[in-house]
Design a protein around this ligand. Structure first.
Ligand code: PLP
Length: 405
């Protein structure tokens, strides 16, 4: 009864307490998997479940607790010292020069940042162009806000780069926004400079807002250039960029993200921050300052992620019925298993047969059907190799059974 009073997007929401298939992070599903000795490779949480907090970050957070500072709010717009450190990082890594106190909002993780960035603009009926497959929040946020999702398919044969014609042919007078996950989750594609330039021209010509989620911007491999679309000519004033310390820094538990945009956008966000997001955690923001001031720990993470993507590729790419590209960024592998079954058939088969928990591709979009996503950044490298060997054996067995060569 009460559910019928909800907006359509919430009525449609799945994976909660009462649905047949629990989301792994709801209820006691994970506990049960852990008890069965299942390797958990479905959360984009580096090194999970092993500790990965650099000592200097832990020290800064402990100091804030010991001094008593931790029990107090930081203003909803965020710690100003943290913004100064972020501004330095934006200049060095993203080629974006900002005024720290006018162009940055600190958010409790970048999921809330992405939601806030879209919320400013999306009204009922507005069309939002989203690459399919991409991060499920892009689709769900749009629907929650009453917008209409316009899916832009991308293809393995293009290395999952987008074709600008796919955007052009779906443009209508109602198109308001492009939401871009760059690098993409789940495909790991890092959009090339010429692609982003063509998208920038399209956005400028048609007066569109671009929200870009760069949670996975570090690391990118094989010398591939990570271009921030906000830094392209004419894009600063129409781009809202969302960042996170969860992925490349491996500090997901701190729940710190940040939004970067023109002062005209940030002004409205500062005016509504307390209503929409509250404030990020005080101690976590102090930890983030320490992490940004000395980020030398990241290099060994990047080397580990590089080895991990190769382990997965080498063990899976030649399995009959499996097709994949080498990951370009981060710590995910995107695998086409459509010749062997649907994504959810394969994930549940592997759960039973190989004791691994990975993601079905379906939540990532229509193009995600027949795919699975493997988080290879979790566990340690030996555990990862063992888990992927189990996957390889199980998939070869399935291919033989199905007569797939
Ligand atoms: C593409 C992408 N963006 C944003 C997030 C949210 O990260 P956080 O809220 O930890 O910053 C995730 C988390 O998995 C993600 O995959």
């Amino acid at each position: 009864m009460i559910v019928k009073k909800m907006t359509p997007a919430f009525q449609k929401a799945e994976g909660g307490l009462f649905s047949a298939v629990e989301k792994a992070d709801v209820g006691d599903a994970v506990l049960k998997m852990g008890e069965r000795g299942v390797a958990l490779m479905m959360w984009a949480d580096p090194f999970y479940p092993h500790p990965s907090i650099p000592p200097h970050v832990a020290q800064a957070m402990t100091d804030s607790i010991n001094s008593g500072f931790a029990s107090h709010y930081t203003a909803p717009i965020g710690n100003s010292e943290l913004k100064v450190e972020i501004a330095k990082k934006l200049k060095k890594i993203n080629g974006i020069e900002v005024e720290p106190q006018k162009n940055i909002l600190i958010t409790p993780g970048s999921d809330s940042g992405l939601f806030f960035a879209m919320l400013l603009f999306i009204d009922k009926g507005d069309e939002v162009m989203i690459i399919d497959p991409s991060y499920p929040n892009n689709f769900q946020n749009t629907e929650i806000m009453g917008g209409k999702v316009v899916r832009i398919p991308v293809y393995a044969e293009d290395g999952y780069q987008f074709r600008i014609e796919e955007f052009e042919k779906r443009l209508t007078p109602k198109t308001k926004m492009i939401v871009l996950t760059n690098p993409n989750n789940p495909t790991t594609a890092v959009y090339r400079r010429e692609k982003l330039s063509s998208l920038a021209d399209f956005a400028i010509k048609n007066d569109l807002v671009v929200v870009v989620d760069q949670a996975f911007e570090q690391p990118c491999f094989d010398g591939i250039e990570m271009v921030s679309i906000a830094a392209l000519p004419g894009m600063w004033e129409r781009t809202v960029s969302v960042f996170s310390i969860s992925k490349g820094m491996g500090l997901s538990g701190l729940r710190v993200g940040y939004i970067v945009a023109d002062a005209k956008v940030i002004d409205k966000m500062y005016g509504t921050a307390v209503t929409v997001i509250g404030a990020a955690n005080t101690t976590a923001q102090l930890g983030a300052i320490a992490a940004l001031r000395d980020d030398s720990f990241m290099e060994s993470y990047f080397q580990s992620f590089d080895r991990r993507r190769k382990i997965v590729y080498e063990l899976l790419h030649d399995v009959p019925g499996v097709s994949m590209i080498m990951s370009e960024s981060g710590f995910l592998s995107w695998v086409d298993v459509s010749r062997l079954g649907t994504g959810s058939e394969i994930t549940s088969y592997l759960n039973d047969e190989a004791l691994v928990a990975i993601n079905s591709g379906a939540p990532y979009g229509n193009e995600g059907r027949g795919h699975v996503r493997i988080v290879h950044g979790a566990l340690n490298e030996d555990q990862l190799r063992e888990a992927v060997i189990r996957m390889r054996k199980a998939l070869i067995k399935l291919a033989e059974k199905k007569g797939v060569k």
